[in-house]
Design a protein around this ligand. Structure first.
Ligand code: ATP
Ligand code: MG
Ligand code: MG
Length: 547
């Protein structure tokens, strides 16, 4: 696998260990269980786990489940599965909701110190009072409530005495701060909703910006890595850790999120695609989710290598999705057997081949990997080739099969086209050829040359298969400002029916192959049945992309 390269976060960790600031580093991956993980999360997972692994530290998987409205146990399970599948083991598994009691107590501490107050302004009023980048905020008329009154009101909030939105608890900092996040941010809100973990125990929930630093500090996280949007939150993060008198002082470090071309990396948008039935689930092979990539045929190694290659930086950039494709090609190139599949079949009858006879031909599984061995493939009088490998009236520079022309059948013989058989509508039904026994593959025949080699599958032994060919689901946004749903590619899935060689008859779901000339394919775990193999194309064989 690729090596982890140096980056600014790794350097901070090295310094902190060398200076003795920390004896051990502890990181965390803190997803909100409101959707499935996507390729952007893979970047954060790889970074957090590998950083800790490299220095014998620890990484927690923590569900940041402080917002009960959007969270679900299904997401918790999928996230655990995806992190494990990517190849990482967490030290501890935590739920932020397990800290609700402690967070509540820390909020009380703030009130007692005169650092928090209950405010009756509506959400809209709070927004108006907050001011702008150029204008300072205005103080809430409730800002000077006494500590006793605040304690009483906050307790009443907690006991369910008020309706949603009637009151909030706010930090008391500075309404004139140049950093808007420091202008008395809301730290608790009322929400009479059941929580997937704590049920109906609470009707007040901490805001993310207050909860997150506490979660990190409670777990003794040393380096709390998050994306750049949180840079402006860092002063409040530190304020919470200090004013709540947390023993451990985690350090927040921001890095640039991963953005990929033709890809949305936002759980909210991905959920929309699922809810509106644009895809067949979170694991649709067109989805940039970890489960979608897995179902399409990506391997954990390819995703990890991709994450290492893109690296970690402080400036946002857009990564070409072809880079991700590059890493799956690299991974499967030597790992997967090279077999033959005919996606759009055309029947060939080899008229000089004895009727009723079948011979077995030897084929190497992967010329770059002798360990994969070889297999036997049947050959007889009738075979299928690709429709596009035959032209009745060839265009210039067409070297594949056409009347009078000879081509090589991969692993078999030369065949020459003699006749075209059509139905009453003039459609081609089958093509007749003759073969030359002298040209058998592996015999070292050098008598004459042909300009092209095509693949084929023996008709009698062919295994029917469905092939799912993908294009990007999202076309790159030219029309800025409109909904991303306007950029959906309606031709992102093409389904064709053809055949694979009999050696693949007993393929299992998630088995991966390189189909000669067609690319890398994965056996689909959802639609494959006893009756029919279904293959997802992961990626075509070649790309012009260079890294
Ligand atoms: P989304 O907008 O998709 O919901 P999020 O950041 O809200 O993303 P979380 O579940 O809160 O999702 O994310 C867990 C962790 O993954 C966070 O630390 C977050 O910074 C990181 N993360 C999310 N998206 C990306 C991305 N595109 N690139 C890098 N890291 C990401
Ligand atoms: Mg988030
Ligand atoms: Mg989010």
């Amino acid at each position: 696998e690729k090596q982890i390269s140096s980056n600014f976060i790794r350097n901070i960790v090295i310094n902190d260990l060398e200076s003795g600031k920390h004896k051990e580093i502890i990181t965390r991956f803190p997803p909100e269980p409101n959707g499935y993980l996507h390729i952007g999360h893979a970047k954060s997972i790889t970074l957090n786990f590998e950083l800790a692994n490299e220095f014998n530290g620890k990484t927690n998987l923590r569900f940041d489940d402080t917002n009960p409205m959007k969270e679900d146990a299904e997401y918790v399970e999928s996230i655990k599965e995806d992190v494990k599948w990517l190849g990482f083991e967490w030290n501890n598994l935590y739920f932020a909701s397990d800290y609700f009691e402690e967070m509540y107590n820390r909020a009380i501490l703030l009130i007692k110190k005169g650092k928090a107050y209950v405010c009756d302004l509506t959400a809209e009023e709070i927004r108006e009072y907050r001011g702008t980048l150029t204008e300072p905020g205005k103080e809430s008329p409730y800002r000077d409530r006494t500590i006793e009154e605040n304690l009483e009101l906050f307790e009443a909030m907690c006991k369910g005495k008020f309706k949603d939105g009637e009151k909030v608890l706010r930090a008391k900092i500075d309404m004139t701060s140049p950093n808007i996040n420091m202008r008395d941010p809301v730290i608790y809100r009322i929400a009479h909703v059941s929580h997937h973990n704590t049920g109906d125990k609470w009707c007040i929930y901490p805001m993310y910006a207050f909860a997150h630093p506490l979660e990190d500090a409670i777990e003794g996280i040393t380096h709390s890595i998050c994306t750049l949007e949180f840079e402006d939150q860092r002063p409040f993060y530190d304020w919470v850790v200090n004013e709540c008198e947390m023993e451990s002082k985690p350090r927040q470090i921001e890095f640039a999120r991963l953005n990929l071309t033709n890809t949305v990396t936002s759980k909210r948008k991905l959920k929309q695609l699922v809810d509106e039935g644009i895809v067949d689930g979170w694991d649709d092979p067109r989805m940039p989710t970890i489960s979608g990539l897995r179902r399409k045929g990506y391997t954990p190694e390819s995703i990890r290598n991709f994450c290492r290659e893109i690296g970690v930086s402080k400036s946002n950039s857009l990564v070409d999705e072809q880079m991700l494709q590059h890493f799956i090609r690299e991974d499967l190139k030597v790992k997967s057997p090279r077999t033959m599949a005919v996606l759009r079949p055309l029947k060939i009858v080899i008229t000089n081949y004895p009727e009723g006879e079948t011979e077995m031909l030897e084929a190497e599984n992967n010329a770059d990997n002798p360990e994969l061995g070889s297999r036997q493939i049947p050959f007889s009088r009738e075979i299928y080739i690709e429709q596009e490998d035959f032209m009745e009236s060839p265009v210039p520079k067409y070297f594949r099969l056409f009347p009078g022309n000879e081509v090589r059948l991969k692993n078999a013989y030369f065949i020459k086209c003699t006749d075209v058989v059509k139905d009453e509508n003039g459609e081609i039904v089958e093509v007749h050829c003759t073969y030359d026994p002298e040209t058998k593959s592996g015999t070292g025949f050098t008598g004459r040359k042909v300009k092209s080699t095509i693949h084929w599958v023996d008709a009698k032994h062919a295994v029917p298969a469905e092939f799912r060919l993908y294009e990007p689901l999202i076309l790159d946004e030219e029309n800025e400002g409109e909904s991303f749903l306007d950029n959906i590619n309606h031709n992102s899935l093409e389904i064709v029916n053809g055949f694979v060689e009999p050696s693949m008859k007993d393929s299992k779901v998630q088995d991966k192959f390189q189909f000669f000339r067609h690319g890398y394919f994965n056996v689909d775990p959802r639609y494959t049945s006893k009756e029919k193999l279904v293959f997802n194309r992961i990626v075509s064989l070649k790309s012009s992309f260079k890294i």
